[in-house]
Design a protein around this ligand. Structure first.
Ligand code: SAM
Length: 291
């Protein structure tokens, strides 16, 4: 399908304005593939016609669909495996000691796509049920796309999707057969929540998250936007919390608010303390704040 440079620039501008994601020249081939289904469904003959509709604002809501179609939502259960082992071996045992008084953990998966990362985390806790009995575990998944958040909330995955990352035993134990495939069981659904949220905006619960994951989300942000995103992620973390990025992503040279954890390669910590008015005392700050 032919489309002009001007159309390309308009689409790239729309995507960047809404999400911070850049469609560099070398990734523009994605436009056609990403939008093909939407054009078919809407009976729009070409990308240039789509741009005309967008520019004239003839179909409110269409621009959201275009942005969502252009986003890369690739994900799968226990993606890259090692980070989940690192959480199990390092961060969770430490948090089990550090949060002994409140017995509450909050985890934020920013840019969670269709939820596989969030349910993988829920599985980590469910598989260590005896260690976490009596604890309140909250796992919040957020994404800028409402379409992926709807799917994450439904918690239903096709056979192909569960096969990507889950052993047969895990599928049978943690999912039940549903019309459209496999639905996460109640034990996985209980600790998880999903919300539409842009990582460039204020975090959902500032200073509160013990672990923040933001994996494979910031790769195509400009340096300026990435620095804003790191600021937001740091603000979301508890003073003694951890950030985890995707394989090959780093904070080094991109922000002064986060630094590599010398004890756990692949995890990052805040460099600054919270304002003293907001700092945890001997009693867990969140227990005090929320009663
Ligand atoms: C490649 S997926 C990664 C999903 C998961 N974190 C993983 O590693 O498997 C990137 C996700 O980030 C989301 N995203 C992109 N820009 C975002 C933004 N500004 N705020 C929140 N989510 C964003 C996309 O919609 C997409 O679902």
């Amino acid at each position: 399908m032919e489309f002009s440079d001007a159309s390309c620039r308009i689409l790239a501008g729309l995507l960047e304005a809404r999400t911070g994601q850049q469609l560099t020249m070398s990734r523009r081939w994605r436009i056609e593939t990403a939008l093909a289904a939407l054009l078919r469904e809407r009976g729009i003959a070409s990308l240039d016609e789509l741009i005309t509709i967008l520019v004239m604002n003839r179909e409110p809501g269409l621009s959201n669909q275009v942005v969502e179609a252009l986003l890369n939502n690739e994900t799968y259960f226990f993606r890259d495996r090692t980070p989940f082992d690192l959480l199990s071996r390092h961060a969770l045992p430490a948090l089990a000691r550090m949060r002994q008084s409140s017995r509450r953990l909050r985890i934020w998966s920013a840019g969670c796509s269709t939820g596989q990362e969030v349910y993988s985390l829920a599985m980590l806790f469910a598989e260590q049920e005896a260690s976490w009995r009596g604890w309140t575990i909250d796992i919040l998944g957020t994404d800028v796309s409402s379409a992926v958040i709807d799917k994450a909330r439904a918690g239903t995955y096709t056979q192909f999707e569960v096969q990507r990352g889950l052993a047969i035993g895990q599928t049978i134990r943690w999912f039940e057969e549903a019309d459209a495939g496999w639905r996460a069981v109640e034990a996985l659904r209980r600790p998880v929540r999903f919300q539409v949220h842009n990582v460039l905006e204020q975090p959902p619960h500032p200073g509160d998250f013990d672990i923040v994951l933001c994996r494979n989300v910031l790769l195509y942000l400009s340096a300026d936007k990435r620095s804003i995103a790191f600021d937001r992620l740091a603000s979301g973390m508890a003073e003694d919390g951890w950030l985890m990025l995707g394989a090959g992503e780093t904070v080094i040279g991109q922000t002064t608010r986060l630094a590599a954890d010398p004890e756990a390669r692949g995890l990052y910590r805040r460099t600054e303390a919270l304002p003293s008015s907001d700092r945890r005392t001997g009693v867990d700050r969140r227990t005090v704040a929320r009663g």
